[in-house]
Design a protein around this ligand. Structure first.
Ligand code: HEC
Length: 203
């Protein structure tokens, strides 16, 4: 079933068969089952990488959500491009405290405020300059490129570090084939900043 039909069902007065969860998952189904255009020697690896990205939920946090006819849905025109630059780093109206905000790309907690990274191959703002080694070292160690600052929650490093080399390589190969999107994600904010922002009555 395609997304348009799902939306029709949702608004049809007689529907009653598609739950909100069904509808949300249909958007994902469209993503996951879209035919892979990959060809050449890496085609199988790319297909595997897309599968890993799908089941590991990279899109849940790294693709900004938008409001669709049936509620929030991933904005696939900005697939895996991270927290939108134009939203900046400050809390968005209506998203106080630990709420991730309408795009589901901004997360606050005891660690401060983190913003999901741009995973597209854009050279300046994404992973375009990364080698597989950079990627693997980041995921395995939980530090930026294996030696920089710790990667903040809620990036599920503790789970992903157990991926096999084969899956990590497929995932990285796939990420390097998706459309490059220029989007400079803000730097994370330290915990004190968030507390100060939360304490400001006008924010
Ligand atoms: C629950 C939310 C969540 C999920 C799911 C998630 N990420 Fe992240 N990811 C984040 C956040 C938040 C950051 C930014 C962390 C920071 O600034 O330290 C991040 C950062 C990253 C970075 C940049 C690390 C760096 O040091 O530059 C990479 C690479 C990454 N994620 C890859 C992935 C991949 C690949 C997947 C799927 C297998 C994934 N993420 C799934 C939340 C998530």
């Amino acid at each position: 079933m395609d997304v348009a039909r799902a939306a029709d069902q949702a608004t049809a007065p007689t529907s009653g068969t598609a739950s909100a969860t069904d509808i949300a998952s249909m958007t994902w189904d469209a993503y996951a089952s879209a035919p892979s255009t990959a060809t050449g020697p890496n085609a199988d690896k790319i297909k595997r990488g897309k599968y890993v990205a799908t089941i590991a939920g990279c899109n849940d946090c790294h693709t900004p959500f938008k409001m669709g006819p049936t509620g929030p849905e991933p904005d696939l025109s900005r697939m895996l491009s991270g927290h939108p630059e134009q939203l900046g780093s400050m809390p968005q109206a209506g998203a106080p405290g630990a709420a991730p905000g309408p795009t589901n790309t901004r997360f606050s907690g005891p660690w401060g405020v983190s913003f999901t990274a741009n995973l597209t191959p854009d050279v300046e703002t994404g992973l375009g300059q990364w080698t597989f080694r950079n990627f693997k070292d980041t995921i395995r160690s939980g530090r930026h490129m294996g030696r920089g600052r710790p990667v903040l929650p809620p990036m599920p490093i503790m789970m992903y570090k157990h991926m096999t080399d084969e899956d990590l390589e497929a995932l990285f190969t796939y990420l390097q084939t998706i459309p490059a999107i220029r989007n400079r994600v803000p730097e994370p904010l330290p915990p004190a900043t968030e507390a100060a922002v939360a304490a400001t009555p006008s924010s």
